[in-house]
Design a protein. Structure first.
Length: 728
């Protein structure tokens, strides 16, 4: 017993040994949260305060549950059997199977996945004669999930919680959906806790039975709980009150999926006499990074308060670097060059991460890293050009460029839906084969011959006429404006505007970024060739790769060096988040910035650009307010000076057509200069044959300072730095 307690610092040990009554452990980033939780679990068992089956331990992921089970078993010196340890959903399902008849189910009920849930909702909507084209089933699924996250069965949904979906019929559809689930003896994921919470609310005997069973309750990541999870935990803990919640209010960043930061903020109110233990010794990051992050998050009002400080033998380290750049292209170059510089100094690529606020931002960094030949991975998502909406849009461009591209036409002919079913598509292929004509031409034949009727005939006619019009426009106004018009007039953009799923806004942002990328190329064929080459080079078997991900995906991870680009008003803090949630939205954005900074162990590099391109137009931006909130003594600022200073000092409070901004004092930054590089002794001229370790042999077609445009024999044209090639 002494051995495992001796490994803890004073605050961690206090959290482990405080067993009686409610306890909130405020565990800052990198302060040993998992160690405290698992040691407390083992301590309860080793001291005989409870048997394994009398402790309820709740996590958010199966991975966290598995890790806790393994650590507890290691401390006990034997397999941990009979534990009530798992995710909210797994534990809810386990309890519900014992009382399923109370909600009209049997104990062997099945659990629907998302696809089956959506299919069932479509059936319910059809039975109610709701037009699925006007009222999207995924939108109804999101509404119902939100109600379930808030602990609201149909009978508890009030007018205040209502929605205008299907002209106010959403609650009626919700009720019909729940009845259908009971008939089929199935649950969706939201039901697992909702049903169990309703049972505990309505049956005092069942509630007392579970309260007697669980003498101790342990909860991980409490700041991420939603309302129904909170209600379930509170009901179970009402009797003995031996509940220990571990979390960090400064890292609550998931409100968009139902998390309520208020759950952790009102812990003392919900459990009078509760003890709070603050874990503030960080064993991950250097002192300047911790001080900068603490200075930033201190501007939030809705927090319980704590200040991270270095634990153990943490090095002093370098200050947080804030780099101002002239435009977003220069920002991508800066990040790429610093990654190369660090890698030359033996810094592992896998220990570097680029963390962005929105998924569309990864494109510029992906393309820069491909150009430099630096391997990378996109964590928690697809690479930019692999995303479904990007592939769809590129298919539209391929048909625009080449009407005989059957694969591309087949992909988009029914996106958005135009009434083309499997049978119609088979007939289209048959006509194309018999007459040796492209699929698009076969669609025209079907339309004229009566093979397509009603809405399908009209929709295909509009699509084919559209392509004729867009090709004329392509010659007249250029590819950027034409592609933007095509995606709009085809109905593809509107399809995502009408989609109410959580992913839809991000997909629209990705489409905007795709159109912006077009402006880097003189012609549409040039862009399509570029995309093909990028896709060809995306697969990389090397394990040492730079990590690209969103800030949300980075929570729980850590890296030696972290790049945090795009800290500009409207982008970060995100304007939509602030518009939808006001002051609460701004505070969550600040918590997201705090999470980003605290991912870094040794080095954090924040950057912002004075100009970003939206579609084909450059727009002026101003630095994020978060940059001013970073304490000067822990930050080293560098960047564009002369051009930036005059613009920023004279900046109005808003820019036409852009984000409304608060009038604020803007900090002037010093000039940023390119890192010094060793000039190459033997300059390589145009026409020279060269060899690159990754791309092989090629011929130099153009030079720009230390950058070479090379036509590689097998990899196509690329721009690389001269120091990475040698004469053939």
């Amino acid at each position: 017993m002494t051995a495992y307690l001796a490994r803890l610092n004073a605050e961690q040990r206090e959290a482990v040994e405080t067993l009686d009554g409610p306890l909130l452990v405020l565990a800052g980033a990198g302060t040993g949260k998992t160690r405290v939780l698992t040691t407390r679990f083992a301590h309860i068992l080793l001291t005989g305060r409870a048997f394994p089956g009398q402790v309820l331990a709740v996590t958010f992921t199966n991975k966290a549950a598995r890790e806790m089970r393994e650590r507890v078993a290691a401390m006990l010196g034997r397999p941990a059997e009979g534990l009530w340890l798992g995710t909210f959903h797994a534990l809810g399902a386990r309890m519900l199977r014992r009382h399923a008849e109370r909600v009209g189910l049997t104990g062997n009920f099945n659990i629907l996945d998302t696809d089956d849930q959506l299919r069932l909702l479509k059936q319910v909507m059809e039975a109610a004669r709701i037009d699925a084209k006007r009222w999207a089933p995924p939108a109804l699924m999101s509404i119902i999930q939100r109600w379930k996250d808030r602990g609201l069965p149909p009978a508890r949904v009030t007018a205040a919680e209502g929605t205008d979906f299907a002209n106010g019929r959403a609650v009626e559809l919700y009720s019909a959906y729940q009845e259908r689930l009971k008939t089929l003896n199935v649950c969706d994921f939201g039901d697992l806790l909702l049903h169990m919470t309703e049972i505990l609310r309505g049956d005092a005997d069942i509630l007392a039975e579970w309260q007697r069973r669980f003498r101790f309750i342990l909860v991980d990541e409490y700041q991420d709980t939603n309302v129904v999870q909170y209600l379930w935990l509170r009901l179970l803990a009402q009797s003995h009150r031996n509940i220990c919640c571990v979390g960090d209010d400064d890292q609550s960043i998931y409100s968009w999926r139902g998390a309520e930061v208020e759950n952790i903020l009102r812990f003392e109110h919900d459990f009078p006499g509760a003890k709070i233990v603050r874990l503030e010794r960080n064993y991950r990051s250097t002192a300047p990074i911790l001080a900068a992050a603490s200075g930033l998050i201190a501007h939030n009002e809705g927090r319980l308060g704590k200040t991270l400080r270095p634990g153990g033998n943490a090095a002093e380290g370098e200050r947080v670097s804030v780099v101002a750049l002239w435009d977003s292209d220069e920002e991508a170059r800066m990040v790429g060059e610093r990654i190369e510089s660090l890698h030359r100094d033996s810094h592992a690529l896998a220990e570097m991460a680029v963390l962005v606020r929105a998924g569309f931002q990864t494109r510029a960094f992906e393309e820069r890293l491909i150009t430099l030949g630096v391997p990378y991975r996109v964590v928690g998502g697809l690479r930019f050009y692999e995303r479904a909406e990007i592939r769809d849009a590129i298919a539209y461009m391929r048909v625009l460029h080449q009407s005989a591209d059957d694969l591309a036409f087949e992909r988009i002919v029914n996106l958005p839906r135009r009434g083309i079913g499997e049978q119609a598509l088979r007939t289209m292929h048959q006509i194309a084969r018999e007459r040796s004509i492209p699929l698009a031409a076969a669609a025209g034949v079907m339309m004229e011959s009566g093979g397509l009727r009603g809405k399908a005939r009209k929709a295909i006619g509009e699509l084919l006429r559209g392509f004729l019009r867009w090709r004329e426009q392509l010659a007249a106004v250029g590819h950027v404006e034409t592609v933007a018009t095509m995606l709009d007039e085809s109905g593809y953009v509107e399809m995502w505007r009408q989609d109410k799923s959580a992913e839809a806004p991000g997909r629209l942002e990705n489409l905007k970024e795709l159109v912006r990328a077009l402006s880097d190329f003189d012609t549409l064929p040039g862009f399509l060739d570029h995309v093909s080459l990028v896709m060809e080079n995306e697969e990389n078997t090397e394990t040492d790769r730079v990590n690209l991900m969103t800030l949300h995906a980075a929570k729980g991870l850590e890296f030696d060096t972290v790049f945090l680009p795009g800290w500009e008003e409207g982008l970060f803090p995100n304007q939509r988040a602030m518009d939808e949630n006001g002051a609460k939205g701004l505070e969550e954005e600040r918590r997201l910035a705090y999470v980003g900074l605290t991912r870094a162990r040794r080095r954090a590099i924040v950057s912002h650009a004075a100009n970003r391109r939206i579609y084909a137009n450059w727009q002026t931006t101003i630095p994020s307010r978060f940059l001013e909130e970073l304490p000067d003594e822990h930050v080293e600022r560098s960047g564009e000076s002369a051009r930036t200073r005059d613009r920023m000092l004279a900046a109005p409070t808003s820019f036409p057509g852009q984000f409304p901004l608060l009038a604020r004092r803007t900090r002037v930054v010093e000039a940023w200069e390119q890192p010094a590089r060793q000039p190459r002794a033997d300059a390589i001229e145009v026409g020279a044959r060269v060899f690159h370790q990754k791309f092989g042999y090629g011929t130099v077609t153009a030079t720009d300072d230390d950058k070479l445009d090379i036509a590689f024999d097998k990899s196509g044209s690329k721009r690389v730095l001269d120091r990475f090639v040698e004469r053939a």
